[in-house]
Ligand binder design. Structure first.
Ligand code: FEO
Length: 386
């Protein structure tokens, strides 16, 4: 087990998963992912969530070591997604006297996932309720849609620790030494991005608490400079751009659209753009592209026309952005088509379905490959984007 220190009586029992191919069957996690789980040792023992079924064996070893023969009085279920709830039934069978703490929505979901009757072992909590363990007291706050409807967070009053469920989580195993922001941003926009208003509601509740430490369900325990992390969540959940700069996402079949996208990036750099990032949607990580679209204040979508519409990876990208509530950005269009360019029209239709999107003119239309006239339009566009 990775040695993660929290406090003398709050102990980490989670596991790292470095063998999963795709987290949630869609996200590449080159540095793995952690499934965090915590034990609070007091007069009564509470376990804060279980872990994914992929980590059961290691987690049970961790749990036994920390419990040192004690039983568990309460299992607090903050989120029913299987990466955290995968072992609920195991635990119910293992500790027959253990009570399960959740809200009304939690208890509607448990029987959907597991064949268990826990009617007389359920502790149903609602907004602001407390649970005393002895010296420690947990107070519960509902966080619906951050990122499932039953999600709740728990604030431990004596040590001022927020158990934040998926909030403030990141991709990456705990024994990997990497910066928080990049992988936390990719995690946030792809997993929680749609629910900015709900994250804002949770941040308002958190602002009323004196929080000294944040224990999320993925990624490192946050102990210092909490204002930095909370500030990032505030910015991201308001859909405000984090960096002034241009992100160019291209979908190219034979390379001519790619060449144009790269040429535009060069022009932007020459003209002094603060940041320029570029992604090949056919090959690069889609989740990273979604993250970069939210990170920058301007986006260029460059796409080949394909079967009278969009090359599929662009369609995929735009539908991801729409699903994640992409908004408040300036977007420029570059299309390619050898006989009937349609990509700009189709991309515009997608963008019109999003909030507060400003289309930056002129639209660049390439007929097969860049020529002098196209370069002129691209220069004009680059001028507008810096
Ligand atoms: Fe980490 Fe929404 O589960």
């Amino acid at each position: 087990m990775k040695d993660v220190t929290i406090t003398d009586s709050i102990l980490y029992v989670g596991v790292d998963d470095k063998t999963i191919d795709l987290f949630e069957s869609q996200y590449e996690v080159p540095n793995g992912i952690s499934y965090n789980s915590y034990v609070i040792l007091d007069e009564r023992v509470a376990l804060m969530d279980t872990v994914d079924a992929r980590g059961t064996a290691e987690w049970l070893v961790n749990l036994d070591k920390v419990l040192a023969g004690r039983s568990i009085d309460y299992l607090v279920v903050s989120h029913m997604e299987p990466d955290h709830a995968g072992n609920i039934k195991n635990l119910i069978d293992r500790y027959p006297k253990m009570q399960i703490v959740g809200n009304a929505k939690t208890f509607a979901m448990i029987p959907q996932f597991f064949d268990v009757d826990i009617t007389d072992r359920s502790v149903i909590v609602k907004e602001g309720d407390t649970l005393s363990l002895g010296k420690h007291t947990l107070q519960f706050f509902m966080a619906p849609m951050v990122h499932w409807p039953e999600v709740m967070v728990a604030y431990e009053q004596s040590e001022k620790i927020l158990f934040s469920a998926d909030g403030f989580g990141k991709f990456g195993a705990l024994d990997i030494d990497e910066a928080w922001t990049c992988e936390a941003r990719r995690y946030y926009f792809n997993i929680v991005g749609k629910y900015g208003a709900q994250v804002q509601a949770l941040l308002k509740k958190a602002a009323a608490l004196d929080i000294q430490m944040i224990c999320p369900l993925h990624g490192p325990i946050l102990k210092e400079d909490l204002g930095y992390y909370i500030g990032k969540y505030d910015l991201w959940s308001k859909y405000e751009p984090e960096d002034e700069g241009v992100f160019i996402a291209y979908a190219s079949i034979h390379g001519n659209t790619a060449k144009a996208a790269k040429k535009l990036a060069e022009m932007l750099e020459v003209k002094g753009a603060k940041r320029v990032a570029i992604a090949d949607l056919a090959r690069d990580d889609m989740a990273e592209a979604v993250e970069d679209a939210f990170r920058h204040d301007k986006l260029v979508v460059a796409c080949s026309t394909y079967d009278g519409g969009l090359f599929p990876c662009m369609e995929d990208f735009l539908s991801h952005l729409k699903a994640k509530n992409f908004q408040k950005r300036t977007v420029a269009l570059l299309e390619n088509g050898s006989w009937a360019p349609m990509a700009a029209k189709k991309m515009r239709e997608y963008l019109e379905g999003m909030k507060e999107i400003t289309i930056c003119e002129p639209v660049v239309t390439i007929k097969s490959a860049m020529k002098e006239d196209t370069l002129k339009v691209m220069e004009e566009l680059a001028e507008k984007l810096v």
